[in-house]
Design a protein around this ligand. Structure first.
Ligand SMILES: *[C@@H]1O[C@H](CO)[C@@H](O)[C@H](O)[C@H]1NC(C)=O
Ligand SMILES: *[C@@H]1O[C@H](CO)[C@@H](O)[C@H](O)[C@H]1NC(C)=O
Ligand SMILES: *[C@@H]1O[C@H](CO)[C@@H](O)[C@H](O)[C@H]1NC(C)=O
Length: 265
């Protein structure tokens, strides 16, 4: 009886941890484009540190290689790349031993002299998004032109542009241009709906409730079992052994009473 309850508990606990295991991939500096020679630090931030996430990437040269294998320098939960080469452009993602993959990001390393700093991760519908057009050589911001899906959208004297309250229609392939310096590579900006994230949250809440209720019930069950046993032991100790048979009978009756009262509960 107790063993099955314990197994049940273990199963429920593992189920609970399954629903909470999620890693976020962070990129620092937060950009999807880099100049050749830039330093970048990536990390798989996890809710549960026992999950054992690894950072992997696909580039034009290697597929599914892990940080520390022949690229990057693992430093705790971080993976540092001290010098990004052009060929290190590719898809980067976090992966756990059990298989789940976190969000993937596309990082582009350019040999050119202009980059577009755009959000690496999908942006939420309704948020403001700032795009920055940078040159490798000039520290101050220069006037830049911004393009979406090949068409000019804005010319900004300060080199940065904010899209207020982004919507799904802002999703697309962006690039920028600084006259006299050149054009940046293109990067995709993904906009996720608030709706879907609320739905996701709701699903998580429901999952937690579904998991928590049986856990709570089985805990109550175990506590009642334990209390019941404790009572039985106490009785056998406290009854003076003047009439051994009668004492046993008394004890037996008490236990039966306990059982019936608890079951009426
Ligand atoms: C990485 O490359 C492998 C092998 O080509 C492919 O199966 C996998 O889908 C790629 N992963 C990503 C995240 O692009
Ligand atoms: C990795 O980069 C971080 C900064 O992002 C730095 O604090 C840390 O010392 C670096 N670790 C190694 C081993 O290079
Ligand atoms: C990454 O880039 C590839 C090809 O350049 C594209 O097919 C894919 O959709 C991109 N993924 C993301 C998450 O932007």
């Amino acid at each position: 009886m107790e063993e099955t309850s314990l197994l049940c508990l273990l199963f429920l606990i593992s189920l609970l941890s399954c629903t909470t295991n999620q890693a976020r991939l962070t990129v620092s500096p937060s950009s999807s484009q880099f100049f050749e020679g830039d330093f970048v630090s990536l990390s798989c931030e996890e809710d549960d540190s026992s999950a054992g996430w690894t950072l992997r990437r696909n580039t034009s040269r290697q597929q599914r290689t892990q940080c520390g294998a022949d690229w990057g320098k693992p430093a705790g939960s971080l993976c540092n790349i001290s010098y990004m080469y052009k060929w290190e452009s590719g898809v980067y993602w976090c992966e756990s031993r059990e298989g789940p993959i976190s969000i993937m990001v596309n990082l582009t390393v350019t040999g050119g002299s202009v980059i577009l700093q755009s959000p690496v991760l999908p942006v939420m519908e309704g948020d403001d998004v700032t795009l920055l057009c940078k040159t490798k050589t000039t520290p101050s911001n220069l006037p830049a032109a911004f393009y979406k899906d090949g068409s000019l959208i804005r010319k900004q004297p300060t080199g940065h542009m904010t899209i207020q309250h982004v919507s799904r229609s802002d999703e697309g392939l962006y690039k920028c241009d600084i006259s006299g310096h050149g054009e940046s590579p293109s990067s995709w900006i993904t906009v996720t709906g608030e709706h879907s994230s609320t739905l996701h949250l709701a699903i998580r809440v429901v999952l937690h409730l579904v998991v928590f209720c049986p856990y709570f019930i089985s805990t109550l069950f175990m506590v009642s079992l334990y209390r019941h046993r404790a009572k039985g032991n106490k009785l056998s100790v406290s009854i003076p052994p003047t009439h051994p048979e009668q004492g046993l009978e008394d004890k037996h009756e008490d236990v039966i009473n306990d059982v019936t009262t608890e079951h009426r509960f």
